[in-house]
Ligand binder design. Structure first.
Ligand code: URP
Ligand code: ZN
Ligand code: ZN
Length: 485
């Protein structure tokens, strides 16, 4: 049923600034933004004392992912519902084909799984192996299915790791198509060897996990991916930048004019590596994710990277495993399924630790939680904006609303929460997705299947700029004006 909603009396915040304004929603889209709108509307939402912001976009989640011998406990419906409770109205999840599985078949499988989503969603596709079918299917995904980003796991040897041969082949294909390459930057060979060495030393608990994945392992892979992208003349996006080493590689490249984007996870900004020394095995295991939590100096650097615009997006890498699933690695940290929760918590954690501390302005918060992701993944201004014609994905953000995060009260389908006991001030009071209220008065009103798949066409302007820069010194890059076939 289409109906009009007038959001009255709030302060509208976009990535460009903030102003007192009302927002009129007609059906699924915003139709007017202005002062004291007198238009009659079927429904009024009072936003006085609150901000009105674009719904959050989490560009990195893994709902119901088959991984490390189990399946992530959060499904597309429960996960997007939890997201809505926290003010996030769109996720971009990952299709991760098994090696030798047609990537188009894997994509179709994920499309079926994701149909039950409560909010809008889209899918990156991982390149985990290479042959002619992968080359062909990348073209089909771009042309017919609105996929504009391909992911490369530089870690997880003997599973989904992309070695340099795959990286180069896939980056070259992405160049032809005008698609964006993304990487999980960790040197998989080093991780594999270090894991073995640490286990052989008798360290089998969760504390072995960060020891096997030191910052240099991430920094090396980040640097390598960036240089490969530079040589081939492709834009690059680094997921979950967690440490100074990879942040510096990103900063160097950006200062040299290379088109490199980077994401930071809210959990890497506020949780440090002491969690692996928790005497409670289960608690420590719940923090086993890759890259791991780092020491405090890395957190300080990540905040500065976000403030300086070297890191553009914030995500969660939401990939939930319950205690029983984590216990598969009781005797061997290498078998603990990697992943943590966060999709419901990201916005509140970032507001509390970012805006309330003065590190970020409300506008910078909006840029980092939705607008920048919408621009990089080419869905702006449909998403990430408050303007006539944009989808009515809106959050009434109450800066005074307090929440103490706990697995007992959260909506995520996991029996633990990495932020357990953290009080955050600033939370979603009302969440709308395409004009439908999904969260209000502490209650979810989500429905399976309401969410729609969002097509993401390739982003020509980024490519033109990159071509110009690289053509000055790199003969390979001048080929990149080729049209997708
Ligand atoms: O530990 C993590 N991050 N699990 C999910 C898979 C990935 O690496 O993104
Ligand atoms: Zn990853
Ligand atoms: Zn991930």
């Amino acid at each position: 049923m289409t109906s009009s909603i007038l959001i009255q009396g709030g302060t509208v915040v976009t990535a460009d600034g903030e102003a007192r304004a009302d927002v009129l929603v007609d059906g699924e889209v915003i139709t007017r933004v202005g002062k004291d709108l007198k238009t009659p509307a079927a429904r009024i939402i009072d936003a006085s004392g609150a901000y009105v912001i674009p719904g959050g976009i989490d560009p990195h989640t893994h709902m119901e992912l088959p991984f490390m011998g189990t399946v992530a406990s959060e499904d597309f419906f429960s996960g997007t519902s939890a997201a809505a409770a926290g003010g996030t109205t769109m996720i971009i999840d990952f299709v991760i084909p098994n090696p030798k599985e047609r990537i188009l078949d894997a994509y179709k499988k994920w499309r079926t799984w994701s149909e039950k989503s409560a909010t809008d969603y889209s899918l990156h596709v991982a390149i985990t192996w290479w042959d002619q079918t992968v080359y062909d299917d990348m073209g089909t995904l771009v042309r017919d299915h609105g996929v504009n980003s391909f992911k490369h796991f530089m870690a997880y040897k003997h599973a989904i790791m992309a070695d340099d041969e795959i990286l180069v082949a896939s980056f070259m294909r992405a160049r032809e198509l005008g698609a964006l390459c993304t990487v999980h930057a960790e040197n998989g060979e080093l991780v594999y060897r270090l894991q073995q060495q640490i286990f052989d030393l008798g360290i089998s608990g969760p504390e072995g996990h960060p020891l096997s994945r030191p910052p240099a392992v991430e920094g090396e892979a980040a640097h390598r991916a960036i240089r490969i992208a530079e040589v081939l003349g492709v834009p690059l996006y680094l997921v979950h930048t967690s440490c100074i080493d990879s942040l510096e590689a990103v900063a160097r490249a950006r200062l040299a004019g290379q088109r490199v984007f980077a994401e930071v996870l809210s959990q890497h900004l506020v949780i440090d590596d002491s969690v692996y020394r928790d005497p409670d095995w289960n608690k420590a295991a719940h923090h086993v994710m890759s890259p791991p939590f780092r020491s405090k100096e890395h957190q300080i650097a990540l905040w500065r990277g976000l403030q300086a615009g070297m890191l553009q997006t914030t995500a969660t890498d939401h990939c939930c495993f319950c205690t029983e699933q984590k216990q598969a690695g009781q005797n061997d940290f290498r078998k603990i399924p990697n992943g943590t929760n966060g999709v419901e918590d990201r916005m509140g954690v970032l507001w509390h630790h970012g805006v309330r501390t003065g590190r970020l302005t409300p506008s910078e918060f909006v840029a980092a939680t939705s607008t920048n992701a919408a621009k990089i993944f080419n869905i702006f201004p449909k998403k990430g904006a408050i303007a006539p014609g944009s989808d009515a994905d809106l959050v009434i953000w109450d800066p005074a609303k307090s929440r103490t995060i706990s697995a007992k009260t959260h909506h995520q389908k996991i029996d633990s929460n990495i932020y357990e006991g953290m009080t955050v001030i600033g939370n979603a009071a009302v969440t709308l997705s395409r004009g439908k209220v999904l969260w209000q008065n502490g209650k979810l009103t989500t429905e399976p299947g309401y969410g729609r798949y969002v097509n993401r066409p390739c982003n020509a302007p980024y490519w033109a700029a990159q071509t110009l820069r690289n053509a000055q010194h790199n003969p390979v890059a001048v080929q990149r004006n080729q049209k997708p076939n």
